[in-house]
Design a protein around this ligand. Structure first.
Ligand code: MN
Length: 249
């Protein structure tokens, strides 16, 4: 099995190294990841300047650092490495739950894999104040990967709590956040701004956020189709806008 590994925290993130070590037990791995942090860049691709990469080593693994986004890394990696079976993205240092799935560069790495006809799995875990310690999640990550590789799923978003006690399938939480912009001043007295993400509601049962709050590993099967099925079925049929019919006054 050929496993392409990327992330959005940058190629020297301890989360990427942990994922590479875990993944190497399941097949041949190649690391292609951004040269600098690309968190919250979402599914951006670099289209207005050329991309380049440099070969490097990450803990003995072959790796390429790219001056681009996670989605760029998956495109470049699968261009240079034929017949990639699955792309693993992460382990992100910070959760990617609910609304943050729209902003996540980690998930975008997995989504880009699915867009290109490969399988994609994103992995995230809450930020830790101290030096990163993955010892609690490692056995769960190994089992989750083993299990997911047997499943017929193109795109999965996996989140580990700091100290897992179980695993469950979840749906994406859709609660809203305040999105308030905080104003502050730099040491030179110049105004600057920070985006904030403060959830407005409690997590809904059965969602990714709910699972993590109960110390469960959250696995959310995803699809690329954003169509609102309910609205589409309600609206489906000819659209009578009478454009150019001459009937409007
Ligand atoms: Mn990140």
């Amino acid at each position: 099995m050929k496993i392409l590994i990327t992330n959005d925290d940058g190629i020297y993130s301890p989360g990427l190294l942990e994922l590479a070590e875990i993944a190497s037990a399941f097949g041949e791995i190649l690391i292609v990841a951004p040269d600098v942090e690309q968190s919250s860049m979402g599914h951006a691709i670099t289209a207005t300047r050329p991309l380049s990469y440099r070969k490097t080593k990450v803990a003995g693994f072959d790796a390429f650092r790219v001056n681009g986004t996670p989605a760029d890394c998956v495109s470049l990696g699968s261009y240079h490495w034929d017949k990639v079976d699955v792309v693993f993205s992460g382990i992100n240092l910070g959760p990617n739950l609910g609304n943050s799935m729209w902003h996540s560069g980690t998930l975008a790495g997995a989504k880009q894999a699915a867009l290109l006809g490969m399988r994609g799995i994103a992995f995230s875990t809450p930020s830790q104040k101290q030096e990163y310690n993955f010892s609690h999640i490692r056995p769960y990550a190994e089992k989750a990967i083993e299990y997911l590789l047997t499943m017929d799923l193109n795109l999965v978003n996996v989140n580990f709590p700091f100290s897992p006690e179980g695993v469950c399938w979840t749906r994406q939480s859709v609660r809203q956040y305040d999105g308030v912009v905080q104003e502050a001043y730099d040491p030179m007295g110049r105004k600057h701004f920070w985006s904030t993400v403060i959830p407005l509601e409690n997590s809904e049962e059965g969602t990714d956020r709910w699972a993590i709050s109960r110390n469960l590993v959250s696995m959310t099967p995803l699809r690329l189709d954003l169509t609102d099925e309910h609205q589409f079925n309600r609206l489906a049929g000819p659209v009578d806008l009478a454009v150019g019919s001459g009937t409007s006054s």
